[in-house]
Design a protein around this ligand. Structure first.
Ligand code: GTP
Length: 628
């Protein structure tokens, strides 16, 4: 189809404002998916996404829209054009942890539908995603969604949208993903307002890889936006950043399942099956061009993406030693379609061999954990998630410092540690710095009091307040990332009956008075429970953790002491009384098979336990101590 008849766009919104549901209606309206095959939130293809009702991965889909009747000034112009359009939509996640998916999608399109829930109004990720889209120079189509709901406040939401976008009232469309109202108007606005993709089909191929996925038969599939040129089966291609050559197995587009096509040309969004065996050779953000060496040298690379840095690290240890290889394979598979997830090997005296994993946030970590369980039946022991700390050692300690693994790598007095277990001896430390973020909280003014109460429990510094309108405010804070990642989101939601939302981005490293808090179980220090805490909170944190552990660790057949310690000094203690569980006790008589069955069941349950010293700790305990 003619390039003039292609429109590429995505839908951006705060979490739960209805992107995936609206996408369903667009797919239905354009007949992309037959009604009988339609299921809710069809673009959320992972089971986990469907179950949790959240989008985790970006998902492209191509629709053909046959224009019946376009309203507006440009009717004539459109009438003259062909009446059939290719609309490439990329559905994106709304949660802050998956912002990287959003920014990648935005670089592949020319426009964005900004969706705002009429009952919730503008929220934190509405703004952060809007700013990302504006930075990319995208055309924005504002849409107010869920207008079918009786508590929809359309007028107020309109005022908020006008305030953040500076648009005219008549540019704002109204829609309901539930009833389908307004869907046709949205499609027509997409055609009218979103620019035709630039780029030249006659030039040499340049395609931007915005995602990738591994397919057992076709090798790595590069999800690509063709910027210039065209690509078809058997073409020789060249990945510019990794200097990898390959021959195209097949090209095609998403419906959302893969549909083979003869060719992809400038303006198109589709997949290129590269036949490559490793996603490392076909990196997100790279440019694909043709492999003819006389041409490829003259081609300039497309601007890629800034590399994302994991914000949170935690170590995953297999529960039984021999699961190690299985877990490595599983993590490698998960990494194949998650560009933001990183891991490396690690070993620990008590826990054995495992993996240090980096995530964008706690939700990202939970998702990887659930996927491990669900797709690979592995439930690892997970150490307390930690941000990355910057350690500066005293001058005279250079010899000691050289012994530290991270220091050795960097050969400087300053180095980063990725888990509390790596913290050097306090006597050689000059300072410990932790990451701070710029935190924005958006809320109705009426919840200001409770929100400030929540913030008092953190170390956040209040900066200022902006008004979106007379009823809604944006509160700005600078806050240590640690205080944000674990519970703040939930605390804000409960303090504001669900109305407040937050967003954060990295600001800087700042030195603070921090110390390492150790946890001892039956006298053994358990690194997995260690954490770095502000000195003045060490007592309350220590107490909280041992209390939590008392609930989470089942009774053993001996008394177990749970202790929190700072530098060898015990600051809190709890005790788990002894108990012996005899599962077969209630079975009288000699039913051996039943007895065996029960014992088997118990053994299976035990599989999810980790033996640390003499104590058996269930894998849930490692995460339970996180929650406040
Ligand atoms: P994330 O991808 O997780 O960010 O969410 P999303 O923006 O894709 O939202 P989703 O489409 O999953 O919708 C969230 C909830 O709102 C679901 O329970 C939908 O059924 C509901 N919903 C979406 N659109 C409408 C609408 O127009 N009217 C009503 N009444 N409910 C809607």
């Amino acid at each position: 189809m003619d390039q003039d008849n292609i429109r590429n766009f995505c839908i951006i919104a705060h979490i739960d404002h209805g992107k995936s549901t609206l996408a369903d209606r667009l797919l239905e309206f354009t007949g992309t998916i037959e009604k009988r095959k339609m299921k809710e939130q069809i673009l959320d293809q992972m089971d986990l996404e469907r179950e949790r009702g959240i989008t985790i991965k970006l998902q492209p889909v191509r629709m053909i829209y046959n224009v019946q009747n376009v309203k507006g000034d440009q009717v004539e112009q459109l009438e003259r054009a062909k009446r059939s359009y290719i609309l490439n939509l990329i559905d994106t996640p709304g949660h802050v942890d998956f912002n990287y998916e959003v920014s990648r999608s935005l670089a592949a399109v020319e426009g964005a539908i900004l969706l705002v829930d009429a009952t919730k109004g503008v929220q934190a990720q509405t703004l952060s995603n809007l700013y990302l889209a504006i930075e990319q120079g995208l055309e924005i189509i504002p849409v107010i969604n869920k207008i079918d709901l009786s508590n929809a406040n359309i007028e107020k939401t309109k005022r908020e949208v006008i305030h953040i976008l500076g648009c005219q009232e008549n540019e704002i469309l109204l829609a309901s993903g539930k009833t389908g109202e307004g869907v046709e108007e949205i499609l027509q606005a997409v055609i009218r307002k979103i620019p035709v993709p630039k780029g030249n089909s006659d030039r040499s191929l340049r395609a931007l890889i915005f995602d990738s996925k591994y397919d057992v038969y076709k090798g790595v599939l590069a999800y690509a936006r063709i910027v210039d040129g065209s690509v078809r089966q058997e073409d020789g291609i060249y990945m510019m950043a990794t200097a990898t050559e390959s021959s195209v197995i097949e090209v095609g587009y998403f419906k959302p399942e893969l549909v083979v096509a003869e060719v992809l040309s400038a303006g198109d969004i589709g997949y290129i099956a590269t036949g490559l065996k490793s996603v490392n050779q076909c990196r997100v953000g790279d440019t694909i061009t043709i492999s003819k060496s006389n041409v490829k040298n003259q081609i300039s690379k497309l601007p890629g993406y800034k590399e994302v840095k994991p914000m949170v690290y935690a170590s995953f240890y297999p529960v039984e030693g021999d699961d190690y290889n299985m877990m490595r394979d599983a993590l490698e598979k998960l990494k194949l379609n998650d560009a933001a997830f990183v891991f490396e090997l690690e070993s620990n005296l008590a826990l054995g061999r495992g993996f240090r994993c980096g995530f964008l946030g706690i939700l990202h970590m939970e998702i990887i954990q659930s996927r491990l369980e669900r797709e690979f039946e592995i439930s690892p022991t997970i150490t307390t998630p930690s941000v990355v700390y910057k350690i500066k050692t005293k001058d005279q300690s250079s010899s000691l410092e050289a012994n530290h693994p991270s220091a050795e790598k960097s050969k400087t007095r300053e180095f980063f540690i990725y888990s509390p277990a790596e913290m050097p001896d306090p006597s050689i430390i000059e300072s410990i710095s932790e990451p701070y973020v710029k935190l924005d909280i958006i809320s109705p003014v009426s919840f200001l009091g409770p929100i400030m109460e929540v913030m008092k429990n953190t170390r956040a510094e209040y900066k200022n307040t902006e008004y979106i309108d007379s009823e809604r405010i944006i509160l700005n804070f600078n806050c240590p990332l640690t205080d944000v990642i674990v519970n703040l989101h939930d605390d804000l939601k409960s303090a504001s009956s669900g109305y407040a939302s937050m967003n954060y981005e990295f600001l800087e490293y700042r030195p603070n008075d921090l110390i390492k808090l150790d946890i001892l179980v039956a006298g053994d220090k358990v690194d997995a429970f260690s954490r770095i805490v502000p000195k003045n909170r060490s007592y309350s944190e220590g107490k909280r953790i041992v209390e939590k552990l008392k609930e989470a660790i089942p009774k053993q057949n001996f008394t177990v002491a749970l202790q929190a310690a700072v530098g060898g000094k015990i600051i809190a203690r709890e005790t788990i009384a002894a108990f012996r569980k005899d599962v077969t006790a209630k079975l009288y008589g000699g039913d051996v098979t039943r007895k065996r069955k029960l014992l088997e069941k118990q053994k299976k349950g035990k599989k999810k336990m980790k033996n640390i010293g003499r104590v058996t700790i269930p894998s849930e305990a490692f995460l339970a101590v996180l929650k406040k």
